[in-house]
Write a protein that binds this ligand. Structure first.
Ligand SMILES: O=C(CO)COP(=O)(O)O
Ligand SMILES: O=C[C@H](O)COP(=O)(O)O
Ligand SMILES: [Zn+2]
Ligand SMILES: [Zn+2]
Length: 308
C-alpha cells in the first residue's frame, strides 16, 4: 500500500481541502528524514527527485532506495519526478517505478507546453501515473522581468490547458521562486490569481518555491561562515492562505537544505577532531526530519494518512 499513485494523493487532498507535502531528496539522509517525519506525523507525502538529483545520485539509487524501504513505512507516498524537462525523462521515471511525474515546459511557448504535456498524459494515464504541469514561470529575484503579467499564470489559459491536456494537477506561477532568495522586498503572492485558477479549473494545484527560509537556519549558516544575507522565503501565513484557496501539494526543498547545511556548518566548527562523517550527518538528518515535520503540520496534512 505505501507506494501509491500521485493521482490518489491529489484527489484526496483536493476533496478534503488540505495539501500534501512534497519534499526533494538526493540521498539516503534526506529520504530517511522525510519518511520518518511523515510516519511520525501520519501524513501522506510526495518523495520527489529532480533531473539534477538523478544526475547526482543515479536513478537506480534514488528509486532503488524507495522501492527497498517501501514496506517499512505505513503512510502512503508517491515517488514523483520533479520538473521533468523531456519526454525521455518521463519514460525513464516510468521505467524505474515512479508513480507521479511533472512535465515542465513552462518556459517554452504555450502551444509546445500544451502538446508535450498532452503527450505525457497519454503515456502516463493508462499506467495510473499522475501528471503535473506548470503554467507561467517561476523567476528568481535576480531575473529581469518586463511585467508580472508576462510570467504569472493566466487563469483563462489554465482552464483551456486543463481541458486540452487531461493533467491531474497544475502548478500555477503566482509569484514564488525557487531557492533561498525569493523576494527583493516584501513577499507578494497573487492570491486573487490563485483563486481564479482554482475556480476555472477545480484541479488539484501545486505551489512551487514555497520554502519558508526560516530565520533560525539562515542565521546559523551566517554565524558559522556562510553568506546568505538577504535570504527570504514565503511566510507561513501565506502558505496557509494558499492552501485555503486550493493548493493541494506544496513543494519544499530549500528548507531541508538549510536545516541540513546549518547543522553541518555548526557541527564541523564545534567538533574539530571528528573525522567520522556519520557524527555530522546524523544530527543534520535529524534537523531535516524536524523541518519536514514542521512543514507537514503547516500544510494541515498531519493525521491525513488515515484517509487512505
Ligand atoms: O519548488 C520546489 C521544488 O520543485 C522547491 O522550492 P523551494 O526552493 O522553495 O524549496
Ligand atoms: O526545482 C527545485 C529544486 O529546489 C531545485 O532542485 P535541483 O537543485 O535538484 O535541480
Ligand atoms: Zn518551471
Ligand atoms: Zn519547483
Amino acid at each position: 500500500m505505501p507506494l501509491v499513485s500521485g493521482k490518489l494523493l491529489f484527489e484526496r487532498a483536493n476533496e478534503f481541502g488540505f495539501a500534501v507535502g512534497a519534499f526533494n531528496f538526493n540521498n539516503m539522509e534526506f529520504l530517511k528524514a522525510i519518511l520518518e517525519a511523515a510516519q511520525e506525523e501520519e501524513a501522506p507525502v510526495f518523495l520527489q527527485t529532480t533531473e539534477s538529483a538523478i544526475g547526482y545520485a543515479g536513478i537506480e539509487f534514488l528509486a532503488g532506495m524507495v522501492h527497498a524501504v517501501k514496506d517499512s513505512y505505513k503512510v502512503p507516498f508517491a515517488l514523483h519526478l520533479d520538473h521533468g524537462r523531456s519526454v525521455e525523462s518521463v519514460l525513464l521515471a516510468i521505467r524505474y517505478g515512479y508513480t507521479s511525474v511533472m512535465i515542465d515546459y513552462s518556459d517554452k511557448p504555450y502551444k509546445e507546453n500544451l502538446e508535450v504535456t498532452r503527450k505525457v498524459v497519454s503515456l502516463c494515464s493508462p499506467l495510473g501515473i499522475s501528471v503535473e504541469a506548470e503554467l507561467g514561470r517561476l523567476v528568481g529575484r535576480e531575473d529581469e522581468v518586463e511585467s508580472v503579467e508576462e510570467v504569472l499564470v493566466d487563469p483563462e489559459q489554465a482552464k483551456e490547458f486543463a481541458l486540452g491536456t487531461g493533467i491531474d494537477a497544475l502548478a500555477p506561477a503566482i509569484g514564488t521562486a525557487h531557492g533561498a532568495f525569493k523576494f527583493k522586498g516584501e513577499p507578494r503572492l497573487d492570491f486573487e490569481r490563485l483563486r481564479r485558477v482554482k475556480e476555472r479549473t477545480n484541479l488539484p494545484l501545486v505551489l512551487h518555491g514555497a520554502s519558508g527560509v526560516y530565520y533560525e537556519y539562515v542565521n546559523e549558516i551566517n554565524m558559522y561562515g556562510g553568506e546568505l544575507k538577504g535570504a527570504r522565503g514565503v511566510p507561513d501565513d501565506d502558505v496557509r492562505r494558499a492552501i485555503e484557496l486550493g493548493i493541494n501539494k506544496v513543494n519544499t526543498d530549500t528548507d531541508l537544505r538549510l536545516a541540513f547545511i546549518s547543522t553541518l556548518r555548526r557541527m564541523m566548527s564545534e567538533e574539530r577532531r571528528n573525522v567520522d562523517p556519520r557524527k555530522f550527518l546524523k544530527p543534520a538528518m535529524e534537523e531535516v526530519k524536524e523541518v519536514v515535520k514542521r512543514r507537514i503540520r503547516l500544510y494541515g496534512s498531519s493525521g491525513k494518512a488515515s484517509l487512505f
